[in-house]
Design a protein around this ligand. Structure first.
Ligand SMILES: Cc1cc2nc3c(=O)[nH]c(=O)nc-3n(C[C@H](O)[C@H](O)[C@H](O)COP(=O)(O)OP(=O)(O)OC[C@H]3O[C@@H](n4cnc5c(N)ncnc54)[C@H](O)[C@@H]3O)c2cc1C
Length: 414
């Protein structure tokens, strides 16, 4: 019996490790198109980019671990086609791998900016360790770098670039960094972290192109202005890596569509991690790009490949580190009715609660990680919460959560 795993990232690794933990003793093959054994990506925009972590320290497990676990890790190999009707994966070079069950954990790749000049040298993207190495080498003191996109990756790269002495401009199309996820006011508080460190932030600024002959020398804004730079780093999101599924019958639509058990529309084919769009009981069909999700979804998919029938319905959670601040977010709130604050954003230690129909759907914290994790239980309860209780520093979030969970349990089931 062979279980194939396409993609040697966190989700793929987590699935392989879980299969062995669960006592599965058949064949496990990981098809991984990168040269490196599975490694962690969060350091790539943080300590690895600052030069404070080595390559080896990014590995999820040292290389010998795979042989010890009898996991066949095929690095530098791309799965080019999933032939699901014949239970085979076609690999580059034409080789075929027969499987009983397969997990698609191919993650994503950076969305490219398709504007004039986008092929100039000096325009970089960040996803892999090679990308991080290239950017790290470029980030010399005094380098003028434009970062296109004020999302989490852009902001973390900005922080690392400042620590390496570069002059940084962030170019963001919306009215504040992180606006889509946090709203204008809280996004702007995050922007202040960067302005305090000497970062220039241009908001409401769409990129029309890049200037330069061979190398990039500036970013052309849609308003006609030119922002001079020696390098540009683009962080405008990822596209799920689904090309191998073309013609396989597996349903794809901004990611691989899976049910709550991580099963795709084709029998024996599962998906997990950044590439998967899963059916969440509270949020509907969602695809998130979080470390914890990749770890847990990979593990859940593995258990379900072993017929555990375990649904995946977490409160999503992620973190970001920028300068000395730790940011955390729990929940999922593409829209909200109101935002309630606990603490003062000016102190750089506060929480923002996002409410929809009176219930808490997400919580963001700056240097309040423990409280964000406590708020996750409140979110899970699905109960309506008094906004005054949320804003009152004197009320312990654990107590609020216990009460809310108690109320949820009292409700008669339908
Ligand atoms: C720079 C950076 C910083 C981040 N920081 C944070 C953070 O602070 N907090 C947080 O919560 N999350 C963070 N994330 C997100 C987190 O790392 C991802 O959610 C996680 O890595 C997703 O894992 P994955 O296994 O689903 O996908 P990936 O890590 O993308 O792994 C997929 C692998 O499959 C390979 N592959 C693709 N197609 C094929 C194919 N056809 N054949 C073979 N192999 C293939 C890819 O090359 C890749 O190696 C960060 C991500 C990046 C890039």
């Amino acid at each position: 019996m062979t279980f194939a795993i396409l993609g040697g990232g966190l989700a793929g690794w987590s699935a392989a490790a879980t299969l062995r933990d669960r006592g599965y003793d058949g064949r496990i093959v990981i098809i991984a198109n990168e040269r490196e054994p599975p490694y962690d990506r969060p350091p790539l925009s943080k300590d690895y980019l600052r030069g404070e972590r080595t390559r080896a320290e990014t590995l999820l497990r040292p290389a010998p671990w795979y042989a010890e676990q009898e996991i066949e890790l095929e690095t530098g190999v791309t799965a080019t086609h999933l032939d699901a009707s014949n239970h085979r994966v076609v690999l580059d070079g034409g080789r075929e791998l027969a499987y009983e069950r397969v997990l698609v954990a191919t993650g994503g790749r950076p969305r490219r900016l398709d504007v004039p000049g986008s092929d100039l040298a000096g325009i970089m993207y960040l996803r892999s360790i090679e990308d991080a190495e290239r950017i790290r080498e470029a980030l010399l003191p005094g380098l003028r770098v434009c970062i296109v996109g004020g999302g989490f990756i852009g902001l973390e790269v900005a922080a690392a670039a400042r620590r390496r002495g570069a002059e940084v401009t962030i170019i963001e199309a919306l009215s504040a960094p992180l606006e889509r996820i946090l709203g204008h006011a809280i996004g702007d508080v995050c922007g202040e972290l960067h302005r305090d460190q000497g970062v220039n932030i241009r908001t409401g600024c769409a990129v029309a192109g890049f200037a330069g002959t061979q190398r990039v020398s500036g970013v052309l804004a849609a308003d006609g202005s030119l922002i001079g730079c020696d390098a540009a780093i683009v962080g405008v999101g990822i596209e799920p890596a689904v090309e191998a599924l073309a013609g396989s019958g597996v349903k794809v639509g901004d990611g691989v569509v899976v049910d709550a058990l991580m099963r795709t529309t084709v029998e024996g084919v599962y998906a997990a991690g950044d590439v998967a769009r899963h059916a969440h009981p509270r949020h509907g069909s969602v695809r998130v790009e979080h470390w914890q999700n990749a770890l847990d979804q990979g593990a859940t998919a593995a258990r379900n490949m072993l017929d555990a029938a375990e649904p995946y319905a977490p409160v999503h959670w992620f973190w970001s580190d920028q300068y000395d601040s730790n940011l955390q977010y729990a929940g999922f709130a593409p829209r909200w009715d109101s935002v309630v604050l606990r603490g003062d954003p000016a102190d750089r230690s506060f929480l923002a609660f996002y409410l929809t129909d009176g219930a808490l759907t997400a919580a963001f914290g700056m240097n309040r990680g423990r409280d964000v994790r406590r708020a996750a239980r409140l979110i899970e309860s699905g109960q309506r919460i008094d906004p005054r209780a949320l804003s009152d520093e004197g009320l312990d979030l654990r107590e609020l959560a216990s009460r809310a969970i108690g109320l949820a349990q009292q409700k008669p089931s339908l």
